[in-house]
Design a binder for this molecule. Structure first.
Ligand code: CDP
Ligand code: MG
Length: 141
């Protein structure tokens, strides 16, 4: 199986609820390794660019407002099939539909404030990692 890297974001609601550690613990328990991490607050322009693919969707402004409402915790996760594994540990976009035990089922509040972001494919993982991290910040483990 391929070793992949993927981008994970602990969204503002989970940071303010003090759930960073509980969320990282779920990734680690699933065999994913943190190879880069930092905390920052997005500007509206940065959040809009990050979610550019959703610019025409009705929820876009609400999403930008939410993602800029407080600091986020951004990580690069590495492991076998890391992109799909991260999405599995996250659970479905709508916390109400997420499988029990997933991060979104446990920590998501609603379809907007759904605790975490995770890249959905190799090309988006590559772009999203580059959005937040320089290659020199990714630590081999
Ligand atoms: O995050 P994920 O890839 O599971 O879902 P998405 O369809 O790529 O949507 C990106 C983000 O937009 C979600 O994680 C939600 O925060 C937000 N969203 C929303 O507020 N309302 C929706 N109906 C769909 C998504
Ligand atoms: Mg997505």
């Amino acid at each position: 199986m391929a070793i992949e890297r993927t981008l994970s974001i602990v969204k503002p609601s989970s940071v303010s609820d003090n759930h960073i550690g509980a969320i990282v613990a779920k990734f680690e328990a699933a065999g994913l390794r943190v190879v880069a991490a930092k905390m920052l607050k997005l500007t509206p322009e940065q959040a809009g660019n990050f979610y550019d693919v959703h610019r025409a969707r009705p929820f876009f402004q609400e999403l930008v407002d939410f993602m800029t409402s407080g600091p986020i915790f951004v990580q690069v996760l590495e492991g076998e099939n890391a992109i799909a594994k991260n999405r599995e540990v996250m659970g479905a976009t709508d916390p109400a539909k997420a499988t029990a035990g997933t991060i979104r089922a446990e920590f998501g509040k609603n379809i907007s404030e759904n605790a975490v972001h995770g890249s959905d494919a190799p090309d988006t993982a590559h772009t999203e990692i580059g959005f937040f991290f320089a290659t020199s910040e990714l630590c081999a483990r």
